[in-house]
Ligand binder design. Structure first.
Ligand SMILES: C=CC1=C(C)c2cc3[nH]c(cc4nc(cc5[nH]c(cc1n2)c(C)c5CCC(=O)O)C(CCC(=O)O)=C4C)c(C)c3C=C
Ligand SMILES: [Fe+2]
Ligand SMILES: [Fe+2]
Length: 344
């Protein structure tokens, strides 16, 4: 059998035009693992309401961060793929869950290269049904329908992997070594609380209260909230951060359901109002800089902080195509490809 890797990230619109943004948001938000309500309700909400208003607003936000080469998320993911490709001999293809290049074309590309054993590699450190799970489910549907001879293995969430923690912690320490900051905020993409309960394999562990995520449980294999806290705890331990000098918040909420709290925008506002002058922020749910880090955090977040009296707002870049990150990913891929040889 011949091995290959499908790296998968979230995806972006093809351009910043409201038409392309509408197409992208339509695909994204009609995913039953993103907006997890019955099809009729999702259709009414997304096609009847959200797609009539949000594309214009989102397109304006994308225009603020778009690069000459295209969407930062896609450009940075391509750079990462190319650098990994320089380190390893097995085929590496990049796909996006929404928009282009899509997962079907990625699998086709691997198939055309003779690959029949594929490592599906969702580029998300923490598991969520709206990210990792939707990739794995779609890939499996496509395999059954179009590539039945292929075999898939997938990379589990790496939120607590020592290599990931080290690289993330080093990236923070590099950015902050010459910066004075009073507090480091770990801002993760939010999800509706309902998603956490749905992913609870024990069906009773996740209460989304003060203690469940700190109490050992098999539910944590699929608990996004627990995994965010663990990433934070391990990075804080690595960097020897003192208690009360760091905390967790959740950004990018959409709609009226309760999402994971505390919300990032309100946290930034509260810090400023309490008199904090220097705030640093890191966004570990994203491995590539994107709309949510470059616009929502680095632009809007900074504006909120300044409006309430904050002075210095430092944003740690995502891992993107950092050399140590590329080396870690290449090694993980090589370990999968070469430590487990399939008999001829
Ligand atoms: C309504 C539901 C959404 C859920 C649940 C959600 C979870 C989730 N998303 C990411 C990563 C990214 N999201 C990005 C953009 C984005 N996310 C949503 C909605 C949900 N995300 C929307 C509507 C958008 C589009 C922009 C907008 O209109 O606000 C991005 C950036 C994409 C880019 O092109 O740069 C990323 C990355 C994670 C990790 C996650 C759950 C853990
Ligand atoms: Fe999102
Ligand atoms: Fe939990």
């Amino acid at each position: 059998m011949k091995k290959g890797v499908l790296l998968v990230n979230l995806g972006s619109p093809d351009s910043t035009s409201p038409k392309d943004v509408k197409k992208y948001l339509g695909e994204f938000l009609m995913d039953e693992r993103v907006i997890d309500v019955p099809l009729w309700a999702r259709t009414l909400l997304v096609k009847g309401i959200v797609l009539n208003t949000r594309p214009k607003k989102s397109a304006a936000a994308y225009q603020k961060i778009w690069w000459d080469e295209g969407s930062p998320l896609i450009v940075l993911s391509k750079r990462l793929r190319d650098k990994i490709d320089d380190h390893t001999s097995i085929p590496i293809v990049l796909s996006m869950r929404y928009g282009t290049p899509n997962i079907k074309s990625g699998l086709q590309e691997l198939h055309d290269q003779g690959v029949d054993e594929v490592l599906i590699f969702p580029l998300y450190p923490q598991f969520a049904m709206a990210t990792t799970e939707t990739i794995l489910v779609l890939a499996e549907e496509l395999r059954k329908e179009h590539f039945p001879e292929m075999q898939f293995t997938s990379v589990p969430a790496f939120y607590n992997h020592p290599d990931y923690i080290r690289v993330l912690a080093e990236s923070i320490s590099e950015k902050l070594k010459a910066v004075e900051f009073q507090h480091l905020l770990f801002s993760y993409h939010g999800v509706p609380e309902r998603h956490i309960r749905k992913s609870d394999i024990t069906k009773s562990h996740c209460q989304i209260d003060g203690s469940c995520c700190q109490t050992a449980s098999p539910a944590h294999q699929f608990c996004y909230r627990h995994q965010c806290f663990e990433t934070t705890r391990l990075v804080a331990e690595y960097l020897e951060l003192k208690e009360n000098t760091y905390s967790v918040s959740f950004q990018s909420r959409l709609g009226f359901d309760p999402w994971l709290q505390p919300y990032t925008d309100r946290t930034i506002e509260r810090f400023g109002k309490q008199g904090m002058k220097n705030l640093a922020i890191v966004t570990p749910a994203f491995v590539s800089d994107c709309l949510e880090t470059l616009e929502e955090i680095a632009m809007e977040g900074e504006e909120i902080f300044h409006e309430v009296g904050g002075e210095k707002f430092t944003v740690v870049p995502c891992l993107n195509d950092r050399e140590d990150w590329v080396k870690v990913l290449s090694r993980w891929i090589d370990e999968w490809a070469f430590s487990n040889p399939v008999e001829a």
